[in-house]
Design a protein around this ligand. Structure first.
Ligand code: GAR
Length: 187
């Protein structure tokens, strides 16, 4: 099997990146991670790239041409798939169009519910019975592209933001890889 080259965008801890790196060790997993992009020079996730000898790029989103810098690297590494794994910046319409690549995102809610930030707080405030995570294609509207995989769990009495985050991320670490397998198996 010829694996596709993927680029993972992060901003913080990188637990999803870590889970993806782990799964790429399987010969049957459809991608290799060829590049990690972070908009945050202090992101803990960069350590996962370093530890695994994956090239990484730290970008300054205050610079006007930063998207062109990323696009050049994406070309250099022959990237087919871009995975937003806790990337806390909005990808511009121009970037989506100019990259011409599949771009997927992981979001900590059962979309279309709770798009945007502070999902766990809003889930609790709304007395939801269930929550979970969604892996979806990116389009030009926030958290609105076609769903690829969604996983959910029932909320227990007393679950707080910390607990919801832990339970959601546990599901995310499976959902992201399942979504990637689905993309290359069926599309
Ligand atoms: C994940 O839970 C992801 O769903 C969320 O950021 C976290 C990153 O965790 N993404 C968003 O909220 C995007 N709107 P990680 O850095 O440990 O993978």
């Amino acid at each position: 099997m010829v694996k596709k080259n993927a680029c993972i965008f992060i901003s913080g801890y990188g637990s999803n990146l870590k889970a993806l790196i782990h799964n790429t060790r399987d010969h049957n997993f459809p991608i290799n991670i060829s590049l990690v992009v972070s908009n945050n020079s202090k992101a803990k996730g960069i350590l996962h790239a370093k530890k695994n000898s994956i090239p990484y790029l730290i970008i300054n989103t205050k610079k006007r041409n930063f998207e062109n810098v990323i696009l050049a690297e994406i070309k250099k590494y022959k990237i087919s798939l871009i995975c937003l794994a806790g990337y806390m910046k909005i990808i511009s319409k121009k970037f989506i169009k100019n990259s011409g690549k599949k771009i997927i995102n992981i979001h900590p809610s059962l979309l279309p519910k709770f798009k945007g930030l502070n999902t766990f707080e809003r889930v609790l405030k709304n007395n939801e019975k269930k929550t979970g995570c969604t892996v979806h294609f990116i389009n030009d509207k926030l958290d609105s592209g076609k769903t690829i995989v969604q996983k959910s769990f029932f909320i227990n009495k007393g679950d707080n933001v910390k607990v919801l985050k832990e339970k959601t991320q546990k599901l995310e670490h499976k959902a992201f890889s399942e979504a990637i397998i689905r993309i290359y198996r069926y599309n």
